[in-house]
Design a protein around this ligand. Structure first.
Ligand SMILES: *[C@@H]1O[C@H](CO)[C@@H](O)[C@H](O)[C@H]1NC(C)=O
Length: 493
C-alpha cells in the first residue's frame, strides 16, 4: 500500500471519491431492471415505459390464471425454478441489508419482490398441483420476438404427487418464507399468507420427493435450460432453513438436524446458484451457531468457513479461479451470477461474524469480516467499471456499458414506437443489427467477460451478453451494503 493511501484511510477520507462509484445509482438501477423483466398486465406506476402488457392468457391452457411474474433473462419464458430462486435472493437482500437502503429503494425492492410472490402464490394455490413453468422454451428460443407480440405456445407445466419436483417446490417455499420477512411490518396479512403457503409448499416438496427433470414430459420443457442437474436434496434443506428463519418454529430446525446427513449437508460443495444451494445454505444455517444458540449446527459454520477461505488470497486453501483483472470466474457461461451471489454471501457472512466478534478459521490464519468485505468490494467494483476494459457491466451505469445485450424486448423496437406486429422470424434483422439496442434495459448486468476479461458486446454471444434475474437479485443486497459502507474492507480496524 502506498503511504498516501494509508494516510487517506487513517484520516477517514472516503475511498469512493478515489474510485468514484455511485453505489446508490447502481442500486436504484439494479432494482429498476426487474420492471423490464415483467410479464403480465403492467401497472400505471410502471417506470420502464418501453415495455407493455404481455402474456395475458398465461395459464389458460390449464384453465387457471398464471399471469404475472418475470421472464428469466433475454427470452419470454417463465421458468419457475430460477424465478423462485431470484425471489429468495431479492428477499434475502432486503432481509439482511434493507435497512441500509434509501427509503425509496427499499420500497422499490419490496415492489419487485411482490411482483414475484403474487405470481408464486398463484402457482401453489391449486390442491395437488404446483405450476412450475409457462412457455414452451424450444418454440420461444426459435423466435426473436417481443414479449408483447409473443405467439408461441404458452405450455403450462406442473408437478404433482405422480410427477414430483421437490427442487422447484422447495425453492418456492424458500422464496415465500424469505419474502414473508420482508412484508412482516408493513403488510402483516400478506406476510402471513406468504408464510402459510411456504409451509404448505414445503410439505408438498418433502412428501412427494423427486426431481422434476426425471419426468420425461417435464424434462422436455425444463431441460437443458433449468434442468435439475444436482438433485433436489439441497433445496429441501434450504427451504427448511428459510422456514426456520422466517417462523422460528423448532420443527424446521429439527428437520435440518434430522435430515441433514441424508440430504447431503456434509457434501461441502462450494457452489451457490439457482441449482445448487450448498454454500448459501451453510451461511444461512451457520447464523444460529454463530449467535451461540444451536451448537449442533457447528458443521455448517465449518463448511461456510472453508468456502470463504477459497476466496481469501492469504489463506492456504485451494482458491477459486480469478481472471487476470481480478474477477471471480467459473466456466459455463453467465459468470456474473457467481460473482454477485458469492459477493452477497461474503457480505452476509461478514455481517453475522462481526455481530458476534468472530472470525473465519482458515487453518493457519484467522480471517476477519473486513477481509470478506474487501473481497466483495473488489468484485462489485469490477462490475461497475474497475476492470481492464474500463467499462461497467451494468446497462445504464457509468460512461461505457453493454449496448447490445442478448435480450429480445430490449433489442426490438418498443410497442409504443413500433405498434405493428413483429413476427417470430421477423426479429432476425434486429438480432443481427450492429446497432445498439433501442431500449436500454437499465440496470441489467450481463453474463460478463470471459476468463481473459474481454467483453465484446456481441448480442449473439448469450453466455456473455445475456442478463438474468438471478444475477441482479443478490446484487441488490450487495449494493445496498456499499451504499451505507462505501469504504468497507478498506478501513483499518
Ligand atoms: C411449527 O410447524 C409445524 C409444521 O408445520 C406445525 O405443525 C406447528 O403447529 C408449528 N408450531 C407453531 C408453534 O407454530
Amino acid at each position: 500500500m502506498k503511504p498516501w493511501c494509508l494516510l487517506l484511510l487513517l484520516l477517514g477520507l472516503s475511498w469512493t471519491q478515489a474510485s468514484g462509484h455511485d453505489y446508490r445509482d447502481a442500486l436504484a438501477k439494479s432494482i429498476l431492471f426487474f420492471e423490464g423483466q415483467r410479464s403480465g398486465k403492467l401497472p400505471p406506476e410502471q417506470r420502464a415505459q418501453w415495455r407493455g402488457d404481455s402474456a395475458l392468457s398465461d395459464g389458460s391452457e390449464a384453465g387457471v390464471d398464471l399471469t404475472g411474474g418475470y421472464y428469466d433473462a433475454g427470452d419470454n419464458v417463465k421458468f419457475g425454478f430460477p424465478m423462485a430462486f431470484t425471489t429468495t435472493m431479492l428477499s434475502w437482500s432486503v432481509v439482511e441489508f434493507g435497512e441500509l437502503m434509501p427509503a425509496e429503494e427499499l420500497q422499490n425492492a419490496a415492489v419487485a419482490i411482490r411482483w414475484a410472490t403474487d405470481y408464486l402464490l398463484k402457482t401453489v394455490s391449486h390442491p395437488g398441483l404446483v405450476f412450475v413453468q409457462v412457455g414452451n422454451p424450444v418454440r420461444d428460443h426459435s423466435c426473436w420476438e417481443r414479449p408483447e407480440d409473443m405467439d408461441t405456445a404458452r405450455t403450462v407445466y406442473s408437478v404433482s404427487a405422480e410427477r414430483p419436483g421437490s427442487e422447484v417446490v422447495a425453492e418456492t417455499a424458500a422464496a415465500l418464507a424469505a419474502a414473508s420477512m420482508v412484508f412482516r411490518d408493513d403488510d402483516p396479512d400478506y406476510s402471513r399468507e406468504l408464510l402459510e403457503n411456504a409451509v404448505r409448499a414445503f410439505e408438498f416438496a418433502d412428501t412427494y420427493k423427486g426431481a422434476y427433470s426425471d419426468d420425461p414430459g417435464l424434462k422436455a420443457g425444463v431441460c437443458p435450460f433449468y434442468c435439475d442437474f444436482d438433485g433436489y436434496q439441497d433445496e429441501l434443506l434450504w427451504g427448511a432453513a428459510w422456514l426456520r428463519r422466517a417462523s422460528q418454529n423448532d420443527s424446521f430446525l429439527s428437520y435440518i438436524q434430522n435430515n441433514g446427513k441424508t440430504l447431503g449437508a456434509d457434501d461441502n460443495i462450494n457452489e451457490f446458484g439457482w441449482d445448487n444451494k450448498h454454500a448459501g445454505l451453510n451461511v444461512l444455517v451457520s447464523k444460529e451457531f454463530i449467535e451461540g444458540q444451536v451448537l449442533s449446527l457447528e458443521s455448517y459454520k465449518d463448511f461456510a468457513d472453508s468456502f470463504m477461505c477459497t476466496l481469501i488470497p492469504e489463506s492456504s486453501s485451494s482458491h477459486i479461479q480469478y481472471t487476470p483483472g481480478g474477477l471471480l470466474y467459473k466456466p459455463g457461461g453467465s459468470n456474473m451470477q457467481h460473482v454477485t451471489s458469492i459477493s452477497f454471501l461474503l457480505l452476509t457472512y461478514a455481517k453475522y461474524l462481526s455481530k458476534s466478534s468472530q472470525t473465519v478459521n482458515c487453518g493457519s490464519i484467522q480471517v476477519g469480516p473486513a477481509s470478506l468485505q474487501l473481497q466483495a468490494k473488489k468484485q462489485i467494483d469490477y462490475i461497475l467499471g474497475d476492470n481492464p476494459m474500463k467499462m461497467s457491466h451494468m446497462v445504464g451505469y457509468g460512461d461505457r456499458y453493454p449496448e447490445r445485450i442478448h435480450h429480445r424486448a430490449s433489442s426490438l423496437p418498443s410497442v409504443s414506437s413500433h405498434p405493428q406486429f413483429i413476427a417470430c422470424k421477423d426479429g432476425s434483422d434486429y438480432y443481427k443489427s450492429p446497432d445498439p439496442n433501442p431500449n436500454p434495459q437499465i440496470g441489467a448486468v450481463v453474463g460478463g467477460p470471459g476468463d481473459d476479461d474481454i467483453y465484446e458486446d456481441d448480442r449473439a454471444d448469450f453466455r456473455k451478453s445475456e442478463p438474468t434475474t438471478y444475477i441482479n437479485a443478490p446484487l441488490v443486497g450487495a449494493l445496498a451494503y456499499f451504499v451505507a459502507n462505501p469504504d468497507a474492507g478498506l478501513v483499518l480496524t
